[in-house]
Design a protein around this ligand. Structure first.
Ligand code: AP5
Length: 210
C-alpha cells in the first residue's frame, strides 16, 4: 500500500478529529473515525447503531467485537494510506489491528482533564459536513449554522459534563495503556495538544515527514 498508515491516540477532546480533517486533506489519506462511523449508524437506526447508542451516551466503550467487525472491511478502500481516529482504543483492538495491517506511526495528542472538559462543553459540530467548532474561538453563542456548508450546528449527546468525565476515566483505564503498547513497538510519537491548532498540525506534519 502506498501512503502513510497512521493512528491518532488521545483523550476525548484532544483535537484528534480537528487534526485528522487537515491531515487527510493534505496527505490524501482515508479518514477512518470509529466515532463518526458509529454516530452514522445511530442516525440511520441500524442494528449496530441501536446496540452502540447506550454505550456512547453513557461515555463507555462499545464492545470490542462490534468495533472490530465494523472497521475490518474498511481497509480495502485505503489504497493511498489511512488515518485511524478513535481506533484502536483497547489492547484487544490494537492486537486485532496488528493482524489486519502494519502501521507507520502512532501520534498521541495529549491534553489535561481540565482542558478536555473546557473544550468539550463548548464544542459544536455540523450535522451535515461534520465540521468541528468551538464557542471559545471560532463561534459565538448565537451561531447556529456551519460556516462551511450552512448545516445545523449541534452539541453531541456525550458532551455533557458528567459524560465527559466518564469518557476521560475510560480513556485513562482502557486506552492510555496503548501508549506503552506502541512505545514498545517503536511507533509512538507525542504532541502537546494544549498548543494552538496550527502548531499541533505543524508538529504532526513534521512527525509524518510531510
Ligand atoms: P469519538 O467520537 O471517537 O470521541 P472521542 O475520542 O471522545 O473524541 P472526540 O471526538 O470527543 O474529540 P477529538 O479528540 O476528536 O476532539 P475535537 O477535534 O473534536 O467516540 C465517541 C464514542 O464512540 C466513545 O465514547 C465510544 O462510546 C464510541 N467509540 C468510538 N470509537 C470506539 C472504539 N474504537 N472502541 C469502542 N468505542 C468506541 O476537538 C474538541 C474541541 O476542541 C472542538 O471544539 C475543537 O474546535 C477544539 N479544539 C481542537 N483543537 C484545539 C486546539 N489546538 N486548541 C483549542 N481548541 C481546540
Amino acid at each position: 500500500m502506498a501512503g502513510k498508515r497512521v493512528v491518532f491516540l488521545g483523550p476525548p477532546g484532544a483535537g484528534k478529529g480537528t487534526q485528522a480533517k487537515r491531515v487527510v486533506e493534505r496527505l490524501g489519506l482515508l479518514h477512518l473515525s470509529t466515532g463518526d462511523l458509529l454516530r452514522d449508524e445511530v442516525a440511520r437506526k441500524t442494528a449496530l447503531g441501536e446496540r452502540a447508542k447506550g454505550y456512547m451516551d453513557r461515555g463507555e466503550l462499545v464492545p470490542d467485537a462490534l468495533i472490530i467487525d465494523m472497521i475490518r472491511g474498511r481497509f480495502a478502500q485505503a489504497k493511498s494510506g489511512f488515518l485511524l481516529d478513535g481506533f484502536p482504543r483497547t489492547v484487544a483492538q490494537a492486537e486485532a489491528l496488528e493482524q489486519i495491517t502494519p502501521l507507520d506511526a502512532v501520534v498521541s495528542i495529549d491534553l489535561s482533564r481540565e482542558e478536555v472538559v473546557r473544550r468539550l462543553t463548548s464544542r459544536r459540530v455540523c450535522r451535515v459536513c461534520g465540521a468541528i467548532y468551538n464557542l471559545t474561538f471560532n463561534l459565538t453563542s448565537g451561531d447556529t449554522k456551519c460556516a462551511a456548508c450552512g448545516g445545523e450546528l449541534y452539541q453531541r449527546d456525550d458532551d455533557r459534563p458528567a459524560v465527559i468525565e466518564k469518557r476521560y476515566d475510560v480513556y485513562e483505564k482502557s486506552t492510555a495503556p496503548l501508549i506503552a503498547f506502541y512505545r514498545k513497538r517503536g511507533l509512538l510519537r507525542s504532541v502537546n495538544g494544549e498548543l494552538g491548532s496550527d502548531r499541533v498540525f505543524a508538529e504532526i506534519m513534521q512527525i509524518l515527514g510531510a
